[in-house]
Write a protein that binds this ligand. Structure first.
Ligand code: CUA
Length: 315
């Protein structure tokens, strides 16, 4: 038992030393501060209970060890100990009441944007197998990387184009499900410029793990310049790398999906449009909610950066 305990303690130490460890990630948005408060309150109670229960277990194992008594010898019996029963009923009730109260106090600040959010920014997040599509207020779109200004309330409308996904950027907000036919809301306010990482948190199919998301928080000026010009310039590349490459390889060399660098479809905007919007065979309709500008951007990028000339082997 002692070696097992040593291993467990060593693993626990390593886990708590690693980034985040047992604890939640560092908060960079007000709502995550509230989530973390609730986490640490519950953690404090559960840790105390763990120590009391395991401590009592070890103490009793030691105190009531056999000491050569006959196996069937009965120890002292406790029966109808009213005070004991009152204590172990009342204490859990009090603990649950405290935890419940803390959680209900924190919850409104976690789920709802502050009422003062007069200059809030509304951005649409749409989950797809297997990427995230963002739409900014001016209609600009980006794939997998969301750009936002620092210090501004950002309200997200979370949708899904196919199956249930879960949007989650641990340093900025909690998980919120992206459900087909329904709009969910969450929000955050990044407290410093930087890059925040997230991951789809709902098993949504073969490439669930590929649904990583990045939030880039910049100055207001950089955000404006991003949505007014940079987003359009990056769109085709972002679409190929974030949508097509998951199955077809970063250079169109193939992977789960067939190689397509030598497929002349990449030079035929109409054919490409049809296959990505409608799907074909095993290929899902990845672009079923895309604008014409999005399809055009992908067609241009695929033709100039992915297409390597028609295959001579007919493949
Ligand atoms: Cu989308 Cu997992």
């Amino acid at each position: 038992m002692l070696p097992a305990l040593a291993v467990a303690l060593a693993a626990a130490a390593a886990a708590s030393a690693a980034d985040g460890g047992f604890g939640p990630q560092h908060a960079h948005s007000p709502n995550v501060h509230h989530t973390n408060t609730a986490y640490w309150v519950i953690f404090a109670f559960t840790s105390a209970i763990f120590l009391v229960v395991e401590g009592a277990l070890v103490a009793f194992l030691w105190k009531y060890r056999a000491r050569g008594r006959a196996r069937d010898a009965e120890g002292q019996q406790v029966h109808g100990h009213t005070n004991l029963e009152l204590i172990w009923t009342v204490i859990p009730v009090v603990i649950l009441a405290v935890i419940g109260t803390v959680v209900f106090i924190e919850l409104p600040n976690i789920s709802g944007a502050p009422a003062s959010a007069a200059n809030k920014l509304e951005i649409t997040v749409e989950g797809h197998q297997f990427y995230w599509l963002f739409e900014y207020p001016n209609g600009a779109r980006s794939i997998n990387t969301l750009h936002v200004p620092v210090g501004q309330d950002v309200e997200l409308r979370v949708l899904s184009a196919d199956v249930v996904h879960s949007w989650w950027i641990p340093q900025l907000e909690g998980k919120i499900q992206a459900i087909p036919g329904r709009t969910n809301h969450t929000w955050f306010r990044a407290d410093r410029a930087g890059t925040y990482y997230g991951q789809c948190a709902e098993l949504c199919g073969l490439y669930h793990e590929a649904m990583k998301a990045t939030v880039v928080a910049t100055s207001q000026a950089d955000y404006q310049s991003y949505i007014s010009s940079q987003a359009t310039q990056d769109l085709g590349k972002g679409e190929f790398q974030g949508v097509c490459a998951t199955c077809h390889g970063m250079n169109g060399q193939g992977g789960y999906g067939p190689a397509l660098a030598t497929n002349t479809l990449l030079t035929q905007p109409k054919g490409l449009d049809a296959i990505i919007r409608n799907g074909f065979g095993k290929m899902p309709p990845v672009a079923n909610t895309w604008t014409d500008a999005q399809v055009k951007a992908l067609a241009q990028y695929a033709k100039s950066h992915v297409f390597k000339g028609a295959s001579t082997s007919g493949g």
